[in-house]
Ligand binder design. Sequence first.
Ligand code: AHR
Length: 519
Amino acid sequence: MTLRSLSAAAAVLLGTAMMAFAAPAAERAEARLTLTLEAAGPRIEPAVYGQFVEHLGTGVYGGLWVGTDSKIPNTRGFRNDVIAALRKIKVPVVRWPGGCFADDYDWRDGIGPRAQRPVRLNKVWGNVPDDNRVGTHEFMDFAEMIGAEVYIAGNMGSMPPRAMAQWLEYMTSDSVSSLANERRRNGRDKPWTVKYFGVGNESWGCGGHMRPEYAADLHRQYASFLRAPVIKVASGDGEGNERVTDVMMDLAKDDMDAISLHHYTVPGPWEAKGQAVGFDAQRWAKTLQDVTVGMEEHIAKTVRIMDKHDPKKRVALYVDEWGMWHDPEPGSNPAFLVQQNTLRDAMVAALTFNVFHRHTERVKMANIAQMVNVLQAMVLTDGARMLLTPTYHLFDLYLPFQGATPLKASVDAPRYRQGEVSLPAVDVSAARGVDGSTLLALVNLDPERAARVVTNLAGTATGRILSAAAMDAHNSFDRPDTIVPAPYVAKAVAGKLSFDLPAKSIVVVSIPVPAVAQR
Ligand code: AHR
């Protein structure tokens, strides 16, 4: 047995101990979950579990791409270890090449023989050289390798509409046009499918510091020349400025299929966000509040504005950047946005998905920022080494929710209180899985107190739990399996299925049909 498998076995044992764990009644929170088998909304689009890759720090170079000559095992330049990990969590869609980078990117820099591509400075992220080794062909190859749809972010900030239109034609045309033939000469005969196309990014900020009225006009102009069957995504709010959504919807709704929303969870003021590890209980509580209250309200307000302009809900809402944004890891290049990833990040991801599941009528896509080595990453790399973060494991746990239909559920839980923060101690999302089973995601937010959730369901629930003794438990390159999921089983007691949730834990289970609801 290797050290790695030894620690994995230890984690399973820990999980079994947790399974058996039931805190004494006086020490635990008692919650009730009432589930009906009625749908609470349209299905959870798999794209809600999308991801985001930007030319930023080692998010592409080093994290995904090591080059064909690297000693690190790779397929056509992309790391085999990272590809295998990403395939496992079935990434439905990946957004590229930015972010802010997108509005400073000329797609022509990234085509043709790699050795002849220009070296540009990545002016947005640290002024470091980008030799364009990863361009359109490489990114599309990567997306095919992980089995994801692509969401291309076009440049509306610093290139003319013709450049955006030509990029789309280059990628998608099956004609004999010079652009399609250029693609063929560069090694790709068949056109690619570009399902989603973003018309600029954060037009109110790094995308051009535009007024919403101007951005709406520009969106209409640029979108007019995108003559391929793509889902056109307009740049929306990211600062809690409702006017952006309001004006964009008012002036440009007929020229878009979706509008974006960015919501980052920042555990403190922007100038002192706080470290990813070593935080106190107050930061834990405020962080979770930013999701259950902050993200929830941000989406609800945006949906209300969209409803005003688009009552038939034709235009979708894409939360195409979300996740935790901490202070950069000490000693790292601050422009590279490197941060550790702990149990707290996984809790944020779980609560965020629970929020998305409550808004399936509008939220049809979301992209965590970002996939590798940047912000709330799935994977961290260090040279040839790689680790999976708690957020990766959380995506793995929530896999059965891709394509599931949310069910109406109400939770009656005591409050979790910390300083001025007061939240329901338990958060639940329920759904009917694509295989017909009943799915439950149960989150105990309280870092100190266990909870018992008694339901109106019968049967046996099996799944996995993600938890740890410390709020900032994380995986390191030396100890990559410190926090991993463990098996979890819950049985009915006196005919009612109940769940013992250790403090700060996330449980995802499935109950085979029929999960008979009882009064
Ligand atoms: O994800 C990092 C940056 O955050 C993106 O480039 C930008 O769109 C947002 O401000």
